[in-house]
Design a protein around this ligand. Structure first.
Ligand SMILES: C[S@@+](CC[C@H](N)C(=O)[O-])C[C@H]1O[C@@H](n2cnc3c(N)ncnc32)[C@H](O)[C@@H]1O
Length: 229
C-alpha cells in the first residue's frame, strides 16, 4: 500500500492538527463552544488542550491513548518525520495557501503533538482510550462532536458498515451537532460512503448539511458534513 500524508505502511498515522487548524477545517467560532465537546479521533491533536485553556470542557477519544506516553511521543515524532519526507517528495499534490511551505506544515504538526503530550501527561482524564463505533459515553453527553481525518478518508479499509455504525454512534453521544471533515477519501474524490451515510442519518430524523470550510490542503477538498441531532 502506498503511503500518504495520513498513514504509514497502511496503518493510521498518529499525527494531529492544532486548535487553529481545527478552527478552520470545522469552520468553528471558538466563542460558540460552550458545553462539552468531543474530538473523535483526537490523535495527538492540540484541540482539546487549547479548548480547555479557553474554558471549554473538551475531551478526546482515540484507541492509541491506551499506549504509554513514551510510545505515543515516539510515534508522534516518527509520524512527523515520515510526513516531512513525503511532503517534500509530493509537494505539488497539496495546496500551500495556508501553510506556505513544508517546514511550516511540519511546525504545526510538531506544535500540536507537543501540546497534546504535555496536556495528556497533566490531565489524562481528558483523553479516553476507545474506538469507534463503540464509545463509552451516555447518550447526548456532548453538545458538539468533531471528527477529522478518519471517517470517509480511509474507505479502502473502513467499510460502509463501519461508517454507518460510527456515524450513528457519534450522533448518539451528541446533543446538538456532529461535524465531519473531510468527505473525500485518499484518492481526493468524495467517498462513496457519504451518500449512504447521509441517507441513513436523514432516515433517523437528523438534518444533514454540506458546508464549505475555509481550509484547503488536499485540492478541492473543502467540504464538511454538519449533522444536527
Ligand atoms: C490522521 S489521525 C487524525 C487525528 C485528528 N483528528 C486530526 O485531524 O488531526 C487518525 C486517528 O484515528 C485514530 N483511529 C483509528 N481507528 C479509530 C477508531 N476505530 N476509532 C477512533 N479513532 C480511530 C488513529 O489512532 C489516529 O490517531
Amino acid at each position: 500500500m502506498s503511503e500518504t500524508e495520513f498513514e504509514v505502511d497502511g496503518s493510521f498515522r498518529f499525527q494531529g492538527r492544532t486548535f487553529e487548524e481545527y478552527r478552520r477545517l470545522f469552520d468553528l467560532d471558538p466563542s460558540s463552544l460552550s458545553g462539552p465537546v468531543l474530538d473523535c479521533p483526537g490523535g495527538p491533536s492540540s484541540f482539546t488542550a487549547v479548548a480547555r485553556s479557553i474554558g471549554v470542557e473538551a475531551y478526546a477519544v482515540d484507541p492509541q491513548y491506551a499506549r504509554s506516553v513514551t510510545a505515543m511521543a515516539a510515534d508522534c515524532e516518527a509520524a512527523v518525520d515520515d510526513t516531512e519526507d513525503q511532503l517534500r517528495e509530493k509537494r505539488d499534490r497539496f495546496v500551500w495557501d495556508h501553510y506556505e511551505d513544508v517546514d511550516t506544515r511540519c511546525r504545526y504538526l510538531r506544535a500540536a503533538g507537543e501540546r497534546f503530550l504535555a496536556d495528556y501527561a497533566d490531565h489524562p482524564s481528558r483523553y479516553v482510550a476507545a474506538a469507534l463505533p463503540d464509545l463509552p459515553f451516555e447518550n447526548s453527553a456532548f453538545d458538539r462532536v468533531l471528527s477529522a481525518h478518519l471517517l470517509f478518508l480511509f474507505d479502502d479499509r473502513l467499510d460502509l458498515a463501519f461508517h454507518l455504525a460510527a456515524m450513528a454512534e457519534l450522533a448518539r453521544v451528541a446533543s446538538e451537532e456532529v461535524r465531519v471533515f473531510p468527505l473525500a477519501s485518499l484518492d481526493m474524490t468524495r467517498s462513496e460512503f457519504v451518500a449512504p451515510v447521509v441517507e441513513a442519518l436523514r432516515e433517523r430524523g437528523h438534518t444533514v448539511e454540506f458546508r464549505e470550510v475555509p481550509y484547503e490542503f488536499l485540492p478541492d477538498v473543502t467540504e464538511m458534513l454538519v449533522v444536527s441531532v
